[in-house]
Each structure stands twice: as structure tokens, then as C-alpha cells.
Design a protein around this ligand. Structure first.
Ligand SMILES: *[C@@H]1O[C@H](CO)[C@@H](O)[C@H](O)[C@H]1NC(C)=O
Ligand SMILES: *[C@@H]1O[C@H](CO)[C@@H](O)[C@H](O)[C@H]1NC(C)=O
Length: 506
């Protein structure tokens, strides 16, 4: 018992610096702070230096009306030409890491690895080398939604061969950049790719194969991830020494009431929203979550399908996929309360009908300018606790977290949201959750998919009217900078956000 008390005091000592209560809490010294972006959202140069067409080029050019402000990512923040300024901004913030993604169709214009575009290799080499010059760790996502259009025409994530195509592409990235990149994320947000892109019209390629497309994608995509992971661990890891994982969107959810029905509704929601993607990798059993699979199998039968709309994993596939991640990446934004009571007028078949629950967000929760994004109290701690409990305390990185506003440098709602998120992350650390880093979304304003430039997520504002795409720090940028340098959340800090932001390289 005595030893326990001493240990408790010691472990407190490491975080609080003394055993005295009421000390301010700090993030550990080795905790990684970073910011995130994605290739299509910032790079521009959509057809320069040999880049091939991707599904967002195709959508924005051929279905202009699909984007809220009729815009596209042809130029975006023009990071293809402004990467030096981007790295300067990272130095201003003092981040330890920069998460960005590679454009598959810039590197492999045909989608296949028959031809490697040297200009793309040069661009990413320049960016990576500039980051390393200032001791900023590159965190590289291989796929952040910009599939080569040719591969989409061949079925994209609806075609099981995507696993081979993705492995080939991943090998090119490991081969050319892996000597310096030690942190790989294969795929960003399976749910948004599959549900939004294949099961509905929310994102490219807008297939709207409701109740079918999202499930075919779910399996093919995770197998593609696993192939890339095995390629890295078999052929690169020993010499390059990095880690490879995947990142999921996990929103926070609590039951609306304490009823048994709502507890079941919450579990089904969790299984459908993220566990169908993450269980095959992180659960002991492997494959899709049991209750959700059974539910779709039964519904499929009732709906006259001769087999389940959710394709099963074979035992061999389960083994191939299980354990294929060195960490758990979480993109966390919003939250809601889940209820078993529904009005039940969903399209059939559909993911919503399969899950069959309803969602509430109380009036008093702050709302961003994005319809899907509200600020749920304690949401990060709730989310991370759920992941810890489901998967035996994996190493977790928050790879995205952020808030949308309209234009303007005074972004108090973002500051409030982020401070609450940091406090909640500290709660999670206090509770022993194995959280290793936090990356804010986003370094700067960018092309927000079907919302175009109408919703802004940047710590830096980008002037999209200005050919130079001038970047200016918002209040939140100053607040994040101070958090990183002090490792403490200071609720009283009220920066002069119109002042010049300086660089203090360590
Ligand atoms: C998507 O498909 C559903 C039926 O499955 C249909 O009701 C809806 O109108 C479609 N949406 C679009 C934008 O085509
Ligand atoms: C955070 O979550 C843990 C469970 O892991 C819980 O014990 C703790 O009370 C939570 N902290 C706060 C401040 O809500």
C-alpha cells in the first residue's frame, strides 16, 4: 500500500512537477504538438508539372454545382508554390510536427506505379528537407481522399484490386521518402471515404450506392491499408525505423438516457461509425464487429438480398489485417447524444437504416459554422476513454481536431473550442490514456471539400482573392503557440492577434 502511494506521488510529480494539488497541469515534455493539412485542400497546381487528374479535380470541373461556392482546388492555398512560407508558419507556431498528405496522382499520374513523376518527388523532397532543417517531424498521410480519377473509373475502393494499387503507391513513397519520414499514416478517415463517397453524395466520387457501396469500400480499404502496412514492416521498417498506422474519424457519443435501449443504440452507433473500420485492425477477434454484422445480415435477408450487404472477412483476411498498425490515429471534432427512438423513415437500404438510431445535440452546446460540428463537453476524454476500453489502451495520436468559422482574424469560438479540447486531453492523460500527440486541423484555411472556401478551419487565414494567397495568423494561432511553448492551457492569455508573429526556433 505504501509503495502504491509513493508511486502515485511520483507519477503526479512528473506531470504536476510536485505533489501539491491545484498546480497547473502541463503536457509531458515528449508530447508532440503539430498541425495538419491535406494535399488537395492546399496544394493547388492541379495540372502543373505532370500531375494527373484526381477525383476532386474531376468532380469540381465536371459538377461545378456540387461545391457550395462553385469553387475548386485548382489553386487552393497554392502550397505547391508557397511551401517555404508554410514551413515559416510552422516555425512561428513552434510545432514539433507537420502532418501533410501526398498527392497520389501527382506522384503517379496514371495512378499506377509504371511511371513516377520526378517533379512530384522533388516537391515533396523540398518540403521534407525544409521541415527537417528546423527539426519539425514530417507526419505523412499517403491517402487523404484524392484518388487518381483513372483508378476511380476502374472502381476505386469498390474494386478489391485497390489493395495492390495502393501497396504499389505506398512502396514508392516509402522508397523515396522513408529515409527521412518516420511517421506514416496510410489512410485518412475510412468512414468519410466509404460512407460519404460510396454510400452517399457527401464527398467525391458521390456514388450514392447507399447501403452497399460503403460496406464494399469498408473491407477493400482496410485490406489496402494492411497491404501497405505489411510492405512497410516487411521491407522498409528494419532499415528506416519508422512507424506506420492509420487514422479514423471518431466523434464523441453518449447515450441520451440511462435506458438499456440507449446503451445498445450507442454501441451500434459506435460499431457502425468507426469500429467497422478499426475492429478488423485492433480487436482481438478481427473482422467486422459482431452485432453490427449480424444486424446487416438479417436486414439484408429481410430485404431480399441472397447474401449480406456487408461482405465478410475470411479467416485468412482477418489474420492478414489484425494488428496492422503501430498506433491509433484519431480525428476528433464533434459529438452527440444517441437514442434508440427513431422516426424510422430512412432510405432502404442505407447505413442510417442499418444503424437505426437518432442523434441529439443540446441547444447549449456551441455550434461552429459547419452543420455537423458542435462542441460537446468533455468530448475528447469521452472518445479516448472509449478507444482505450475497446482496444486495450493503444498508443493514440490526435491527428486532427479543430473548429470552423467564417473569415476574420478574431476567432474566439475556435480558441474556446481548442482550449476545451486541450483540457479534455489533459483529463485523458490524467486518466492514464496513452495519448502521445495532438495535431490541430488546420495550419491554414483550405478547400473544405463540398463547402469550398465558405467554411474556414485555419489557424492562419488565407486570402483566396490574393494571387499570392497571403497567410495571416488568427488569434488561435497565437494561443496555440503559447500552449506549445508553455505546455499549459492559460485561459487568461488574450494575445494581440494583430501583432507580428515571431519565430523562436529552439
Ligand atoms: C441518393 O440515393 C437515394 C436513394 O437511394 C435518393 O433518394 C437520393 O435522391 C440520391 N441522392 C442524389 C443526390 O442523387
Ligand atoms: C476522463 O475519463 C476518465 C475515464 O478514463 C474518467 O475517469 C475521468 O473522470 C474523466 N475526467 C474528467 C475530468 O471528466
Amino acid at each position: 500500500m505504501k509503495a502504491l502511494v509513493v508511486f502515485f506521488c511520483l507519477s503526479l510529480a512528473m506531470r504536476y512537477s510536485t505533489c501539491v494539488p491545484k498546480q497547473r497541469r502541463t503536457f509531458p515534455e515528449d508530447f508532440i504538438f503539430g498541425v495538419s493539412t491535406a494535399s488537395y485542400q492546399i496544394e493547388g497546381a492541379w495540372n502543373l508539372d505532370g500531375k494527373g487528374e484526381n477525383i476532386w479535380d474531376y468532380l469540381t470541373h465536371n459538377h461545378v454545382e456540387a461545391i457550395a461556392d462553385l469553387s475548386n482546388g485548382d489553386i487552393a492555398a497554392d502550397s505547391y508554390h508557397n511551401y517555404l512560407r508554410d514551413v515559416e508558419m510552422l516555425r512561428e507556431l513552434g510545432v514539433n510536427a507537420y502532418r501533410f498528405s501526398l498527392s497520389w496522382s501527382r506522384i503517379l499520374p496514371t495512378g499506377f506505379a509504371n511511371y513516377i513523376n520526378k517533379a512530384a518527388i522533388d516537391y515533396y523532397n523540398n518540403l521534407i528537407n525544409e521541415l527537417l532543417k528546423y527539426n519539425i517531424k514530417p507526419v505523412v498521410t499517403l491517402y487523404h481522399w484524392d484518388l487518381p480519377q483513372k483508378l476511380q473509373e476502374l472502381g476505386g475502393f469498390g474494386n478489391p484490386l485497390i489493395a495492390d494499387w495502393f501497396e504499389d503507391y505506398a512502396r514508392v513513397a516509402f522508397q523515396y521518402f522513408g529515409d527521412r519520414v518516420k511517421f506514416w499514416i496510410t489512410i485518412n478517415e475510412p468512414k468519410e471515404i466509404c460512407l460519404d463517397g460510396y454510400g452517399s453524395t457527401a464527398k467525391a466520387p458521390m456514388l450514392n450506392e447507399s447501403g452497399i457501396g460503403e460496406y464494399i469500400c469498408a473491407k477493400n480499404l482496410i485490406i489496402a491499408h494492411a497491404k501497405a502496412y505489411h510492405a512497410y514492416s516487411n521491407d522498409f521498417k528494419a532499415t528506416q525505423g519508422g512507424v506506420c498506422g492509420i487514422t479514423f474519424s471518431v466523434s464523441s457519443a453518449q447515450p441520451l438516457t440511462s435506458s438499456e435501449e440507449d446503451a445498445i443504440a450507442l454501441e451500434i452507433h459506435n460499431q457502425g461509425e468507426w469500429a467497422i473500420y478499426s475492429d478488423p485492425i485492433y480487436s482481438k477477434e478481427g473482422g467486422f464487429p459482431k452485432e453490427f454484422s449480424e444486424r446487416i445480415a438479417l436486414k439484408s435477408l429481410q430485404q431480399g438480398y441472397p447474401r449480406s450487404r456487408l461482405p465478410a472477412y475470411t479467416e485468412e483476411e482477418k489474420d492478414f489485417v489484425r494488428g496492422t498498425s503501430d498506433f491509433f490515429g484519431v480525428n476528433h471534432y464533434s459529438g452527440s447524444l444517441v437514442s434508440a427512438v427513431t422516426s424510422n423513415n430512412f432510405v432502404v437500404p442505407s447505413f442510417n437504416d442499418d444503424v437505426g438510431v437518432s442523434y441529439y445535440t443540446p441547444e447549449e452546446w456551441p455550434r461552429s459554422v459547419s452543420s455537423w460540428l458542435t462542441q460537446m463537453p468533455n468530448s475528447l476524454n469521452i472518445t479516448l476513454t472509449r478507444l482505450r476500453d475497446r482496444y486495450d489502451n493503444p498508443e493514440i495520436y490526435i491527428t486532427e481536431n479543430g473548429w470552423s468559422t467564417y473569415q476574420g482574424l478574431n476567432d474566439d469560438t475556435r480558441v474556446n473550442y481548442m482550449r476545451a479540447a486541450w483540457e479534455s486531453a489533459l483529463d485523458a492523460l490524467d486518466a492514464g490514456i496513452n495519448l502521445k500527440g495532438y495535431m490541430a486541423w488546420s495550419l491554414m484555411d483550405n478547400f473544405e471539400w463540398r463547402e469550398g472556401y465558405s467554411e474556414r478551419f485555419g489557424l492562419y487565414e488565407v486570402d483566396f482573392e490574393d494571387p499570392a494567397r497571403t497567410r495571416t495568423p488568427r488569434k488561435s494561432a497565437f494561443v496555440y503557440k503559447q500552449l506549445i511553448s508553455t505546455r499549459e492551457v492559460d485561459h487568461d492569455y488574450d494575445p494581440d492577434y494583430q501583432s507580428i508573429m515571431t519565430i523562436n526556433d529552439s
